[in-house]
Design a protein around this ligand. Structure first.
Ligand code: GLA
Length: 391
């Protein structure tokens, strides 16, 4: 027991020093659930059935747990993060992601709740791009533009289980998918995998790998909608957000970047210092749905964003090696979707911070390149770190 307390203390100190937390007067604490499960909490990785697709394919649900009581559920359909339960400052668990209890919800049309998005996260202008002079035409599934990989993107396919278990300090599930040459209009047979790792120090790591046999473009992300007070409990306007970016990519009316990266300084886009999401959202037409140009420039794991929810005390930090993050405030949620536990999702009931390459990069030679060559390994990582502030 004593040893356990020491481990928690050391981890708490590690979290504090790691996070570079600047919140005045706040004590940082590692999450610890006070549930029935306290005695039996352990690292685990389990599998159960989540049902079948209409064409009869088996779909699984994987549950990863750690000793703080954090529990992540992932399904092989769309490699979707179905739920993420995290303790608050009093040890009460809440599911902090929007989505559905059952596979049926994910089989229908939905706004990419928890999904792995591919081959290309966000938009490609006029649903086309050129590589070596050859034009590739994609589905125009967002007006004239291409959005989130097309009609049947990576969020709508069944992934194959590659690995499931507790490895070192993490509970791991690794899923793979082979996207055939020409799928949704993209060139090259693409073999890709996504690995979710829930660590003992309260991180959910999502890492992606891919290889192609023909020059292609690729931009993978996870499209989770978060509400750190608990899914379906209300809007996210009271969350405090910091985004580690002093520029964003300006877009036209179709949300395609114009090519200009504009300073956030003195505008409602500025989250360089923590601000509540709702403080200036009324000044942003339609709400936030913008790609931020991260200060890190991508390439190495760096702090992209940090979110604090005052009533629960939950804090989520996002670290990524990607050059951008799409901040989206669930502007298109309108009460038409009933999600987990019968909750109705209204406008701004969730926020997304989708780590990514910039939208329309295949048509923007000045943006960081999204081209993947045969023989090259696509390998990226995003880490969600959880802890909380005591009042
Ligand atoms: C992204 C886009 C939004 C919207 C959502 C899904 O975040 O930027 O415009 O398409 O996905 O509804």
């Amino acid at each position: 027991m004593k040893a356990r307390v020491w481990i928690k203390l050391v981890l708490a100190i590690a979290v504090i020093s790691m996070s570079g937390c600047e919140k005045k007067g706040a004590t940082v604490k590692k999450p610890e659930a006070k549930t029935e499960a306290k005695e039996i909490r352990q690292m685990s990785a389990n599998k159960e059935s989540f049902g079948k697709t209409p064409d009869g394919k088996q779909v699984d649900l994987y549950t990863l747990t750690n000793t703080s009581g954090i529990r992540a559920r992932i399904t092989s359909f769309g490699a979707i993060l179905v739920s993420l339960e995290v303790p608050d400052r009093d040890g009460n668990l809440a599911d902090i992601t929007l989505g559905f209890d059952k596979l049926d919800g994910y089989l229908g049309v939905h706004p990419y709740f928890g999904a792995i998005v591919g081959r290309y996260a966000n938009r490609i202008g006029k649903a086309a791009f050129k590589l070596d002079g050859v034009e590739y035409k994609l589905a125009a599934n967002n007006d004239v533009n291409h959005l989130h990989g097309g009609i049947k993107g990576f969020d709508k396919v069944v992934w194959r289980l590659e690995d499931l278990g507790v490895k070192g300090a993490g509970a791991v599930v690794k899923l793979s998918y082979i996207s055939e040459d020409g799928e949704e209009g993209y060139p090259g047979n693409l073999a890709c995998s996504v690995t979710y790792t829930l660590t003992e120090d309260d991180k959910l790591e999502i890492s992606y790998e891919a290889e192609t046999d023909k020059k292609t473009v690729l931009n993978l992300t996870n499209h989770s909608y978060f509400n750190l007070a608990g899914q379906g409990t209300g809007n996210i306007l009271g969350h405090e957000l910091m985004i580690n970016a002093d520029k964003y990519t300006v877009v036209d009316e179709g949300l395609i970047p114009t090519g200009e990266n504009r300073s956030v300084k003195g505008t409602p886009m500025d989250f360089t210092k923590p601000m509540t999401i709702g403080s200036r959202i009324g000044q942003v037409e339609g709400g936030y749905d913008h790609n931020y140009v991260l200060k890190s420039g991508g390439g190495t794991l760096a702090l992209a964003a940090k979110v604090y929810e005052p009533t629960s005390g939950r804090v989520m930090e996002i670290h990524t090696d990607q050059p951008g993050v799409q901040f989206y405030t669930g502007n298109f949620l309108d009460g038409s979707v009933t999600g987990k536990a019968g909750k109705v999702y209204q406008k701004n009931y969730g926020f997304c911070l989708e780590t990514q390459h910039f939208p329309d990069s295949p048509n923007k030679p000045d943006f960081p390149s999204v081209v993947l060559f045969p023989g090259q390994l696509y390998s990226t990582e995003t880490v969600f770190q959880f802890y909380f502030f005591i009042k």
